[in-house]
Design a protein around this ligand. Sequence first.
Ligand code: MTE
Ligand code: MO
Length: 550
Amino acid sequence: MSVKASLDTANRPDEWTIEQGWLLTNCQFLIRVFKDEEAIASVGDPKKLFKRERVGWKGYVEWEEFPEKKASAHKLLASQSFPDCPDFMFGPIPGTNPVLPGDDFVAWHEAIGGELTPVPEDSWRTVLLEKHPDMLHLLKFPYNGEPPKRLVTSKSITPNPLHFVRNHGGIPIIDKDKWDLSLDGLVQTPKRFSLNDLMDDSRFPRIEKTVTMQCSGTRRIEQIGLYGGQGDEVPQAPWAEGAIGTARYVGISLKKVIKECGGLINSAKHLELYGAETYVKDLEVGNYVVSVPWSKVKANEVLLVWEMNGEPLPKIHGYPLRVIVLGYIGARSVKWLYRIKAIKDTSRAPVQSREYLYFNQQVGKYNLRPTDGIQIQEMPVSSAIMSPWTKQAVIHVGKIRCKGWAYSGGGRWPERVELSADGGFTWYEVPAENMSKKGRWTWRTWELDLPCEVEGWIEIVCRCWDNSLNTQPLNIRAAWNWGLHVTSSAHRIKVYSINKSREITRKRLDKYDQMGVPLAPLTRYEAMPVQSSDEYEVFWNTHDPRDVED
Ligand SMILES: Nc1nc2c(c(=O)[nH]1)N[C@H]1C(S)=C(S)[C@@H](COP(=O)(O)O)O[C@H]1N2
Ligand SMILES: [Mo]
């Protein structure tokens, strides 16, 4: 074989850009485009099949009570193809806001039709009405959004317009006077309660509590950045550090409502909680359903709330009534609650049984069985640095001002927060007076002037110890999982330290300032030497030369 032939390769001409990660992987999937008009027509008229169920309940369709209706909707969805959700795990995450559109979910709502037709538009309108204009919209529909970094911890109680939002479907628009809550299943006496019934504090003592809610997807972007995982955009929305928020809620304990129904029938061990909107999972349609154990309810740790930070619950956060499960992941705190059913086992509904699972590292795309995952309930201790930001150039005089949050699930609280400016070798503790107040169910926001001598790139790391002395894994990989949940590793950011306590640096910055030269971007080349030729000569006149002589 000639040398030339042996050097021939079969590589692609764009190999180099692929290897450097400079080419968006332009995968061409073979999507079978089809629409079986006959099957679709055989389902019947969606306007009749999926019509408004109840006066004053816009965007609500009852699925769980009507298996035949579920089957019709499934047939509609299975008889045609839909746009695939964009791959945001392997290629760069789009720089748009909203980041991802959720076209598949919109198309499913359109395909089902009836009451669901206007839901995507109504939901977006509600986002624009109720949320802060600076929200980072991760997913337009179902709406998922978080506050921008600078606003996540600007207050220890999150203002309602800035509280993150995590939806699996549209936002139902429910009239509180037409609303009621049904309690059934394994209770002595099934009952229905109006909002006024529940607000009657002679029957149900009122509870007011400050509670932090964290989505188990918080900081998922770090896991995605390391390796792509499950890419369904709704379950796996690419959250940063803002999928956590704290509010003061007013409501009652679910335990008392169950007592009003004469208590549970013996075999009941769980309470299934129903949210009014429509969620599509694997082309199967249902309402949003999860469950909590009776032991949690018995401990008065499951609340039904109607007020958030002194206002009626915003529509987007579950108006007129939602659940708040103290110390559990957000997924259990069902919004637009309309039914509670006492049951024997954990709910079999998809959000409880097939999502929010924590897998080990032998489980991947091709061998994933839901029974191999741990159903996530309490979050472990975690923390995040909200200021400064990754790749930020930070000007300081020997100490970098850092801010962030720390949280632990299950009724534990941050007891100590520590930061390191050298990648996790030396740690400095946040002084107690720089942390927000302790609370059994709340995060603590914190601030620290972190000593930093270095000029140049550094890695700032943050970790928390909770009151049980649990702490965080030191790197993402240690807890990486295909489902991309529970990113609780110590939070690491890379920043460029500009230490103005150095005279040279200070003078340099002053000079830039006088000349009106902007500092950003850091990497821009400036043809302005730090040292003059004269200074260079002076140095060598007073120092030994580069090479010594005999
Ligand atoms: N009905 C309903 N309740 C729901 C959800 C949902 O999609 N539908 N999302 C859950 C999840 S995963 C989280 S993290 C929290 C988010 O609550 P928030 O949107 O009020 O911040 O609501 C939970 N309750
Ligand atoms: Mo969540």
